[in-house]
Design a protein around this ligand. Sequence first.
Ligand SMILES: Cc1cc2nc3c(=O)[nH]c(=O)nc-3n(C[C@H](O)[C@H](O)[C@H](O)COP(=O)(O)OP(=O)(O)OC[C@H]3O[C@@H](n4cnc5c(N)ncnc54)[C@H](O)[C@@H]3O)c2cc1C
Length: 578
Amino acid sequence: MPGEQRYEDIDVLVIGGGLAGVYAAIKAREAGADKVVQVDKGKVGKTGASCFAAGVMHTYFPEEDDLEDRVRRLTRAQGFLAQQDLMQDHMEQSWDITQEMAQFGVDFVRTAEGKLERRAGRGSYPIISFHGPQLMAAMARAAIRKGVKMIYRTMVTDILTQGGQVVGAVGFNTRSGDFCVFKTKTTVLATGNAWYKGLGPGHRDCTGDGYAAAFRAGAKLSGAENPDGPTNFFPARYDIGPGMNKFVGEGGIFLNSKSERFMEKYNPTLKERAGLRNLNYAFTLEAKQGNTPIFMDMTHLKPDAVRRLKEVLPLAMRMFESVGLVVGERFTQPVEWMPIAPLARPGLMVDRRFETSLPGLFCAGEAASPTAVPIGLASAATSGATAGKSAAEYARSAAAAPLDEEQVKRLRQETLQALNRGSGVEPDQVLLSVQETVVPYDVLLLRRADRMQRALDAIEDARDNLLPLLNAYDPHYLRMAHEARNLTLIAELHLRMSLARAESRSVLREDFPCEDNQDWVKWVVAQRDGGGMKLSTEDVPVDGYPLKPERTKNLHHMWQLAEKLGICRVEKGAVKWA
Ligand SMILES: Cc1cc2nc3c(=O)[nH]c(=O)nc-3n(C[C@H](O)[C@H](O)[C@H](O)COP(=O)(O)OP(=O)(O)OC[C@H]3O[C@@H](n4cnc5c(N)ncnc54)[C@H](O)[C@@H]3O)c2cc1C
C-alpha cells in the first residue's frame, strides 16, 4: 500500500523542470519567495525538451536586429493570432536573458573575440549555439545554488483548488508509488507540451500532463489547432534526434523520392530553412503526390560543418555515428526523414504577467498557449522569468488557504486506482490506439472534417472503453497509465479545437481552403464543462496591437501555390486532388 508524503508551507511551487520551470524557480527566489519547490517527473535538468534541444537559440541582438521586424515575423508565424504585447516583451528580454544564462554557466559557442557566434539556422535571422545538454545541466545547478528545493521523480497528476483558487497539487512518486500532496500559496505550471510520444528522443516526458491537470481544474486552454510549429521532422528509421535547425543551417537539403529538392518550389527564399509550419505544408503536399519517402541529404557537408554539428549536437551526432551514418567527418548517405507526430498545444491562456484564468496559477514555456509563448528555448526562459517573478509577488500577499481534504481524498483514489486494479488494459494499448488515430499525417497535419471526426470517434471510444480498465503493475506503469490517460484527453482537445477552426491558417484544411481574416482572427477556447468540454471563441484584440491583418478572406497562399503547381484545384470551396 503506497504511503503519503506532504510538502507544506510552500510559497511558490514550480511544476516541471525544463528551462521555463528552472527560470521561474530562480526568479521566484530572486524576487524574495522564501520556499520555492520545483517538482519534476524525472530529474530537473535531465528531462523534457529543453535538455534534448537541438543546440540553438533564437536570441534578439539589439545592435544588429530590427526589433519591429522580429516581432512582426513572430506574429505572422502565428497567423496573427499571437498576443503581440507578449511577443514584444519576449523579444526585448531575450538578449539580457541570454547574457544571464551565460553568467549562470551556459557555455555558448563564441567567436575568437569572445562574442556570441551567429550562424544560419531555420528562419530569417541567424541563431546562436550551445553544447546540447550542458545548457540544462548549468541551469539546474544555478537553481540549486539559488536555494530552490528540488523534488525528483514525482509526477504531478492534478491541481488542488479551494473556492476557485489554486492552493496546491497532488501526484505520486514514480519509484515508491507514494501519494504526494503539495500545499502552496502559488503555483507555476511549466510541464512542456504534448507530442504523443512520437519518433525521436527528447519529448517523451512531454505528454500534456499540465494541460490535462489544468483542464480538469477548470482553466481556459487555447492554441491546439493553430500551433506555430504543427510538428517537427526527424530521421524516420532511427531513434535519433534532435538537430533539424542546425542540420539545415549547415546546408542539409531535403530530397523527395524522385531526388528533387522540393523545398525550392515551396519556399524559394529560405528553402529547407523555412519555418516548421512551411515545412509541414511541403511535406504533406509531397506525401499527397506520392513523392515519399523524403530524405535529408548531408553527404555534401564539408568536414568543418560536421565538426560544428558534433560540437553543438553531441548526442544526435554520436547516434548517427553508432549506426554508420556518420563516419569520421562525413555523412555517408542521405537519411530518411519524416514528421515525428503532430504537436498538441492546448496551452493555458495567460495574461502579460503569465497568470492563467485560475487565481494563484501561473504558467510558462510550452505549457502556455502558443499565442503567448512561441516554441523555443529563448521564449521558455523569458516566460519562465516573468512567471516566476509574478508568482513571487502573488505569494507575498496571498494567505496559505487550507486544503479541501475531501478533494485530496478523491484525487488520491483517482491517482492510484490503476495500481490497485490487478488486471485490465496495459497503458501501451491505450497509447497505441491514440497514436494510430492521430499520428497519420492526413488527420492533423493535413486536415478535413470527416477524417478528424472519424479520429475523434476512435478517441472517444478509447476514452470510454479503455481508460476505465487501465492497469498498472507498479509505480512506473502508473506513470505510463497517467500519460496514456492524459494523451487521450489531449487528442480529444486537439481534434475538437481543430474541427472548430473552419479555415486554413497554420495548418491546411481541404474543406476550408481559405485563410479567413474576416471571421477567424479568433482564439478557440476550451474549458471543462461538468464532465464534458465546452468550446467557445474569443476575438484576438488586434485593434489594440500594432500589427493588424487585412480583413480579407482569400485562398490560403499554399493552396494557391499548390494549384499553380498542378497538385490540386479548388472547386466549390473545397480542394480536389489532381
Ligand atoms: C527534440 C527537440 C529539439 C528542440 N530543439 C530546439 C532548439 O535547438 N532550440 C530551441 O530554441 N528550441 C528547441 N526545441 C523547443 C524547445 O526545446 C522547447 O520550446 C523548450 O525546451 C520548452 O521548454 P519548457 O520548459 O516549456 O518544457 P520542457 O523542457 O519540455 O520541460 C517540461 C518539464 O516538465 C516535466 N513534466 C512534464 N509533466 C510533468 C508532470 N506531470 N509532473 C512533473 N513534471 C512534469 C518534464 O519532465 C520536463 O522536465 C526543441 C524541441 C524538441 C522536442
